[in-house]
Design a protein around this ligand. Structure first.
Ligand SMILES: [Zn+2]
Ligand SMILES: [Zn+2]
Length: 275
């Protein structure tokens, strides 16, 4: 399996990258070797502002197998409105022309996702996205299977209902691999459990020590706190993300390197990270 960040900008899109979105891909050969249907599998983690454009550089959105939404802040879910239009109104493949899609696209998220997204997308009264999206609410620790990928949601520490996810699937080097994605969170025991022994911890690091101490706790990690999570969890590699435009990535990296001795980088959009 591999991780392809589509957007890494924290809290809103930046000039060089959309807001949060990450594609997790399994090749047909990897799926077959793990005993699953031999085709490519594509799971999307979050779809923040601007990220739907980047997704189209990598795949036909019709071929998505599932979307996993950490929480309902727009930098993590706003572009579901664009995905909905694509699935419904595409002139050749849209559900409006073909009738109900053979299989509605599963969208996992917080309990209020269907109503919230219909409202924020400006749908008319009585119109829903449910002809195209199969909304399913996260239940903490209840496993969700997307072909060869298994998702375990962990409730984390953010002002709204938010879930980090552990995604386990076939490793590109044989056996299995685990990706842990924090969503948005501050330090908490749950995010350490989320990251336990992960091959790759994709962690938000929006804040900086000192600079953001004036903001109340329970919103974001700093580079130092993300590094501490990686250390406490025994994660094998740390990838920082969700840096807002006003962060110098070198500062976030330096903080993380002060609290974590393993390999650490800042996630780059379009780069392929093998697990
Ligand atoms: Zn965010
Ligand atoms: Zn948030």
């Amino acid at each position: 399996m591999r991780l392809v960040p589509l957007g890494v900008s924290g809290s809103f899109p930046g000039p060089a990258t959309p807001a949060s979105s990450y594609l997790v891909r399994v090749t047909a050969a990897e799926a077959a070797a793990a005993g699953y249907q031999p085709r490519d599998w594509n799971l999307l983690l979050d779809l923040g502002n601007g990220a739907f454009g980047a997704l189209q550089r990598h795949m036909d959105p019709m071929a998505l197998d599932a979307v996993s939404i950490s929480h309902l802040h727009p930098d993590h879910c706003a572009d579901l409105s664009g995905l909905y239009v694509y699935l419904r109104y595409h002139p050749r493949h849209g559900s409006l022309r073909t009738g109900r899609r053979p299989k509605r696209l599963p969208v996992y998220g917080p309990a209020d996702a269907a109503r919230h997204l219909a409202h924020s997308s400006g749908l008319s009264a009585g119109e829903t996205m449910e002809n195209d999206f199969d909304f399913q609410s996260w239940a903490e620790h209840k496993l969700v299977e997307v072909g060869p990928l298994t998702i375990e949601p962990h409730r984390v520490f953010h002002p709204v209902e938010t879930y980090g996810v552990r995604v386990t699937g076939p490793s590109s080097s044989g056996g299995t691999a685990t990706l842990a994605y924090t969503g948005d969170t501050d330090a908490c025991s749950s995010v350490v459990e989320l990251a336990r022994d992960a091959d790759l911890l994709l962690s938000e690091a929006a804040f900086l020590e000192g600079r953001d101490d004036v903001v109340e706790r329970g919103i974001h990690l700093t580079g130092r706190r993300a590094g501490q999570v990686a250390t406490d969890a025994g994660a094998r590699r740390l990838l920082l993300t969700h840096l807002p435009v006003w962060n110098d990535p070198a500062d976030s990296l330096a903080e993380a390197r002060g609290s974590y001795a393993g390999p650490v980088d800042v996630a780059q959009p379009g780069t392929v990270y093998d697990l």
